[in-house]
Ligand binder design. Structure first.
Ligand SMILES: [Zn+2]
Length: 119
């Protein structure tokens, strides 16, 4: 997994500064850690982008989602409550193991997550 800034929507690109690129890079890292890959350009946090669910269920696919619906919600104690995934994803009781396998296969260790400001 690289730490390059993703392609940014041409609409946003005109005004994209370092902060925008860093935010896009972080969004993609958080998504990766949560089992989503970006498909096409990143359209910013207030517009849906296309994300592919990587949990390998038979109906996992590319869907349009807001980044905020991918990153999960942080509780006061710092733990993250995952967001609902998508219709017909794998059963919720299988997701933790599928996500662990995804992270393992892609080198998305806790150290990687810290280096990429995910945790
Ligand atoms: Zn899925």
């Amino acid at each position: 997994m690289t730490n390059e800034a993703p392609a940014i929507s041409p609409v946003l690109k005109q005004g994209a500064n370092k902060r925008n690129r860093d935010a896009a890079r972080k969004a993609v890292a958080v998504a990766l850690y949560n089992g989503w890959t970006l498909v096409g350009p990143y359209n910013g946090s207030d517009t849906r982008s296309h994300w592919k669910c990587e949990l390998k269920g038979p109906k996992c696919a590319v869907i349009e989602k807001f980044y905020s619906h991918i990153r999960g919600r942080k509780k006061k104690d710092g733990t993250v409550v995952p967001s609902p995934r998508h219709r017909d994803c794998i059963p919720s009781e299988e997701r933790e193991a599928a996500l662990a396998a995804w992270r393992e296969q892609n080198g998305l260790t806790e150290e990687w997550a810290k280096d990429h400001e995910v945790l």
